[in-house]
Design a protein around this ligand. Structure first.
Ligand code: DG2
Length: 248
């Protein structure tokens, strides 16, 4: 019987990934390397004959530009685009704009990992007066309760309504769906798809710019648990780098 085709793509390296800063909802651009990763991502889709029919992105330029560049490389720039804050990166609260290695040094490995990877402990809230706050940003005018911090559980809870109402119908219509998003919003989706426990999800990292292909069965369960990276060697390398971001 027919299966559904889903491609997950974390944006390429951003300027704050390069500087090792907690980013969250801060709208930073891609680096030159990030732009190249996005183009390569699109080439990988084309080489694997996985051509998206529709793309869903967050409202953050690193994801939107990654989607555009990869689709351009795959000659699919013309497909319909849907965007939502519900695909945004996890709001990193008061950590936004702070250096990961410095936070780890100041607060210790355990607190650092709790804030970064625990399922249900959010960092302290970001003050509206912070230069890294999104309060008053017109793109979020229709968000009822603008987050000031989020844990992964919060991300899953705001992502799922969008998944169900917007992404699943596209999959069920037989479309190859590209979701271009972020490290933690994609971790939330992968947790849901693969049924990963609250504890185990702490150890899962998503590499930048490498398409992760999921074939889903009629019940939207992955045919291959964990999906398949279109460049497994590059993915393994990049996953290691993400895991080591607290180290100097
Ligand atoms: C990173 C993820 O998000 O950071 O917000 O700093 O995917 O948008 O670059 P992304 C951020 P970690 O949770 O991996 O530290």
């Amino acid at each position: 019987s027919a299966t559904y085709k889903l491609i997950l793509l974390r944006h390429g390296q951003s300027e704050w990934n390069e500087k090792n800063l907690f980013t969250g909802w801060v709208d930073v651009p891609l680096t030159e390397k990030g732009r190249a990763e996005a183009t390569r991502g699109g080439e990988l889709m084309a080489e694997n004959q996985l051509l998206p029919d529709v793309v869903h992105t967050s409202l953050l330029r690193r994801a939107m530009n990654t989607a555009n560049r990869s689709l351009d490389a795959a000659d699919r720039l013309w497909i319909p685009v849907k965007r939502s804050w519900r695909l945004n990166e996890r709001h990193y609260g008061a950590l936004q704009g702070k250096n990961k290695a410095e936070i780890r040094e100041e607060y210790g490995e355990e607190q650092f990992m709790t804030w970064r990877r625990s399922y249900d402990t959010p960092p302290p809230e970001l003050d509206d007066s912070s230069e890294w706050s999104q309060a008053g940003d017109p793109r979020y005018a229709d968000v009822a309760n603008l987050p000031r911090t989020e844990c992964l559980k919060d991300v899953l809870e705001r992502f799922m309504p969008y998944w169900e109402e917007q992404v699943i119908p596209d999959l069920k219509a037989g479309k190859t769906v590209l979701v271009a998003a972020h490290g933690n919003s994609l971790r939330a989706l992968v947790k849901h798809l693969d049924g990963i426990s609250d504890e185990e999800i702490a150890g899962l990292n998503i590499p930048t710019g490498i398409p992760l292909y999921y074939e889903l069965d009629q019940n939207l369960k992955p045919v291959t648990p964990g999906g398949r990276y279109l460049d497994p060697d590059a993915a393994a390398e990049s996953i290691k780098a993400v895991a080591n971001q607290g180290k100097k």
